[in-house]
Ligand binder design. Structure first.
Ligand SMILES: Cc1ncc(COP(=O)(O)O)c(C=O)c1O
Length: 522
């Protein structure tokens, strides 16, 4: 009979990884390479302070003096236990609330906190003050109906409307109480039904190709002339690529928007077709990418958009009352993600706007023309990202050949869709923490957090430190958005899925199950 291979470790409770052994003997064994765990390398004091500042921002900590210098080994355990930072303005999801929600709705569970979005709207408004700015929320980042309803309630405090990518999202916005005229529809491959829905609602439409323009103008030409004029923008794919976007949708060849050099053709179509006379041309729209963490790079991209609008206006003779700058403000749900300097962005954008008006000859008072002109911004991830948590429960903790696995009741099919990770295990450690004070006093342990899918790819985190994980612990991951799920839902018209009955206010939440993620509406 074949013998079992000799097990390196037969008693899980005392089983130690090479790293653990190194700790217990206080020496560095030769087989433990520091390169295997670069994030566990002791950091210098300034490095630690920088890292903490970044983490603090992402997590929403208030940075107190104690939190500036957490023990380096605590960096991956969520809140450094030595300093227990407070959550800014009490906006974090309290462990008690999380437990209550899981008790009511089960786990895994997505939980969203609208007040966090509200705070972001306020921060953006404050930083971009004085600019004639229309602020919309890009619904694709999270179409949860309860969240949209909460945003609608806050609309008077700074959010002007929605950017939608489908008839489903348009319906969701209207059902949440947004006026059709506060909504703008953009996205490639719109169907005739989507065009009709937007026209009926009075929403603005961003046209993404010359063929779409031809179809839309044809549709408009056949409509009852007594209705309000359809509002139309041209979405442009700029010539220059901005490399600072983590995800580029503009610059070079792109399915999004009309190539900048084709704008003269678009202008000619608007000028000559019957439909062209029946529409109200509003302006230019560029969304060149997402996940940009540099205020300077964003400002460069926005400057490029302003220049495109100006050239179009001067050459085509069509006034660009609206310049839609798109979204693109980066939000990271992983350790070490940078935060955008909003004040810097505001200062740069104000300068560029003044230059834009100056170049158009409209800088000096009287100002009515300036007042007529508006900038639009439509962030998605940045507005809702920090509001979302993914809660999952530890089902099993096992040690396999020296490696500790924490098995949770969620999985990559849910979390990755919600963090915008396009691929297997995120290269960047996700922000993951154990909820609850009962973890006080537990030693941090390195572990892999895995889901229940029968694939070795189902690792939510390959190597993190958590306070000695135990069955029943509730883990919380910060998410940025259920982006992929939303995109898939788009084509199936299920952007308006209902939150389950019993959603709690003010925390709106929606159960995430596999059917949701398939996006087929079942
Ligand atoms: C047209 C448009 N506007 C806004 C956004 C929101 O982008 P972000 O999440 O980067 O702010 C997107 C995202 O894909 C988009 O396609």
């Amino acid at each position: 009979m074949a013998s079992w291979p000799s097990a390196r470790c037969t008693r899980p409770s005392v089983c130690t990884s090479p790293m653990d052994k190194a700790k217990s003997t206080k020496s560095t064994p030769s087989n433990v390479s520091r390169r295997r765990a670069p994030h566990c390398r002791p950091l210098s004091r300034p490095q630690r302070a920088r890292q903490t500042t970044r983490m603090a921002h992402v997590f929403g900590y208030e940075i107190g003096s104690a939190a500036q210098h957490p023990a380096p080994s605590r960096m991956y355990g969520g809140a450094p236990k030595t300093s227990r930072p407070t959550w800014r303005g009490g906006r974090d999801l309290a462990a008690g609330v999380a437990r209550e929600l899981v008790a009511t709705h089960g786990s895994p569970l997505f939980v969203y906190r609208p007040e966090v979005v509200e705070a972001r709207v306020g921060a953006l408004r404050a930083a971009l003050g004085e600019l004639p700015l229309t602020l919309r929320y890009a619904v694709k980042a999270n179409p949860c109906p309860a969240l949209l309803q909460a945003l609608r309630r806050d609309a008077d405090r700074g959010l002007d409307g929605l950017d939608v990518a489908s008839a489903g999202e348009l319906r969701a916005g209207i059902q949440a109480g947004f006026g059709g005229d506060s909504i703008a529809l953009a996205g490639p491959g719109k169907s005739a039904d989507e065009h009709r829905a937007a026209l009926d609602a009075g929403a603005a439409i961003s046209v993404e190709s010359l063929l779409e323009l031809e179809r839309l103008l044809g549709l408009v030409g056949k409509r009852d002339g007594k209705r309000p004029k359809p509002r139309l923008r041209l979405r442009v794919n700029p010539r220059e690529m901005i490399h600072a976007y983590g995800l580029r949708t503009g610059g070079g060849a792109s399915p999004f928007g009309i190539d900048e050099e084709l704008l003269p053709q678009a202008a000619a179509m608007l000028a000559t077709s019957d439909g062209g006379k029946s529409v109200e041309f509003e302006g230019i729209h560029v969304h060149a990418g997402s996940q940009c963490f540099s205020a300077a790079a964003l400002a460069r991209s926005f400057t490029q958009t302003l220049a495109i609008a100006r050239r179009f206006e001067q050459r085509a003779g069509l006034r660009c009352r609206v310049v839609n700058l798109g979204g693109g403000l980066g939000h990271g749900s992983w350790y070490g993600a940078n935060a955008i300097d909003l004040d810097d962005l505001g200062a740069r954008l104000r300068r560029r706007w003044a230059e834009h008006l100056g170049a158009l000859g409209e800088a000096a008072p009287p100002l009515p023309l300036e007042r007529e002109r508006r900038l639009e911004l439509e962030p998605g991830r940045w507005l809702v990202g920090p509001a979302g948590s993914y809660l999952c429960r530890v089902l099993d903790v096992k040690v396999s050949r020296g490696q500790r696995f924490v098995v949770v009741d969620g999985g990559m099919h849910q979390l990755f869709a919600a963090t915008g990770v396009y691929g297997p295990t995120p290269a960047r450690p996700p922000l993951l923490r154990t909820l609850g004070d009962e973890t006080d006093g537990r030693e941090l342990e390195r572990c892999a957090v895995v889901g229940r899918l029968c694939t070795p790819l189902d690792r939510l985190a390959a190597d993190v430190q958590l306070p000695e994980p135990r069955v029943g612990d509730l883990l919380r991951a910060l998410i940025s958005l259920p982006d992929r799920a939303a995109r898939r839902m788009r084509n199936h018209g299920v952007g308006a899925r209902r939150a389950p009955a019993g959603s709690k206010e003010p925390t709106s939440n929606t159960r995430c199950d596999f059917a949701d993620q398939r996006g087929d509406g079942r």
